[in-house]
Structures are given as structure tokens and as C-alpha cells.
Design a protein around this ligand. Sequence first.
Ligand code: IPE
Ligand code: IPE
Ligand code: MG
Length: 248
Amino acid sequence: MTQSMRQDWAGQVDFDRLPRHIAIIMDGNGRWAKQRGLPRTAGHKVGSETFRKIATCCRDLGIEHLTVYAFSTENWKRSEDEVGAIMRLLKQYLLEAIESMERDNIRLRFLGDLSAIAPELRKLVERTNAISERMTGFQANICLNYGGRDEIVRAVRAFAADCAAGKKSAEELTEQDFACYLDSRGIPDPELIIRPSGEERISNFLLWQCAYSEFYFCDTLWPDFDEEALKQAIISYQRRDRRFGGVK
Ligand code: IPE
Ligand code: IPE
Ligand code: MG
């Protein structure tokens, strides 16, 4: 974020009331490509560049967590070609991250069932995990082979196994305890969830964590999403009256 951009934001955005955690459903890559007569994979490529830009902007703003939906448990339904292209872009991003995370004090976390991911990609994830352990700054959470229902089912299985081993008791389970079994353990719930591309649905994203999130939808396709679009989402968020079931 440049100095002039910060000046543009000042007056419109209250820097003292930014969300700690923003989550984004990065949608619309395919339509963006189709509009240009390009293959869907071209949309994913530009979309991955948008992710880099928005992550940098969030970091510069002092946002603590940015969670992005990169690949859902349902996205395996797409052609091998398209899935392969998305995985290659992820690999490319991880290779770059391994080079730059330390310098930028950035942490990466992966949410989702990584057991289904190619071993080569998983190795890169492990390398970024090892670097992240030593870092303290901005955290990007990447949802990869992620589904909210799948995450909850895996958490229930792990909890049941702990009960069977005598380590936990079902009667004493609280919401906080249960959250420790989710992929998102330790990450605060997102205050703001953004979905570009005109679709207004959750598509199996952060089902447990979104209980009190503010939702922001816009028509921009993800490859066209920019700092201005992010600013508009934050302005909208800051106008909302969050009551959490109480009375003001
Ligand atoms: C989002 O863009 C990226 C992924 C789901 C991986 P889409 O590929 O869903 O783009 P549209 O929705 O078809 O335009
Ligand atoms: C959600 O987008 C998943 C990601 C952005 C990774 P989809 O494009 O897969 O969702 P639907 O099919 O429109 O619900
Ligand atoms: Mg889509």
C-alpha cells in the first residue's frame, strides 16, 4: 500500500476499527476468462496475482489474518486440466513464499484435508509450515481441499477418538473445546467475509467460523478485485451495527 493510497483511505476508513480477520471466497476466475475468450485457467492465473496483491494490502493495513478459499472439496468435479492448473499455481505461490516469508515475517497456514493433495505440493506446505513456526507477523490462511462440513466431520472424528481413549468426555464438551479440533484452531473467527463475482452463497466455506461474520457481496470478478474493492468492503463493514444477539 503506497502513501497516496493510505491518504485516499484515510477519512473513509477508520484504521482503529479494522477487522482482525478478513476471509475471501475468491470467485469469478472462470467467468473473467470467458468474457475475454480465454481458457478458464487464464482466469486462475490472474486470480492468483490478485491474491498476492490483496494479501500485501491486508498486511500493510495491519490486518492479522487473511483467509482465502483456494480450492473446495467440491472443486474436484472440474476437469483434470483445470484442477491441474490450479495446483500448479499453488505450487508456484508456495515456491515464492518459501523465498520471501522470512524477509516479510509472514506466516502461512493451510486449512482443509491435505491428505488428498499431491505429495510434491504437500512437501512444500510442510516447508512453509516450518518457516511459519519461526515467524510472528501477518498470517495468510489458505483453504485447500477445504469444505466446512468436511472440517466439522474430521473434528468430530478426532474428538470421538479422544473420548474412546479416555482423554475427553462428551458431556463436558464446550464450543471452545470443539473449536480446538477444527483446522482453524487458534485463529479468531473472521469479522468480515467477502464474496466477489455476484454469487451470494457460502459454498461450504467456514461454516462453523462464520456464525457472526459480516458478509459482503460485490459483482466484481476476482481477477478484477483490487484495493479499491477491498476498501469498499471495509467501509461497508464499518457501517454495520454488530449486536451478537444483544440489544444496543
Ligand atoms: C474461483 O473461480 C476459483 C476456484 C473455484 C478454484 P471459478 O473458477 O469458480 O470462477 P467462475 O465462478 O466459474 O467464474
Ligand atoms: C467456491 O467457489 C470455492 C472457491 C472459491 C475455491 P465455487 O465457484 O466452487 O462455488 P459455487 O460452485 O459457485 O457454489
Ligand atoms: Mg465459481
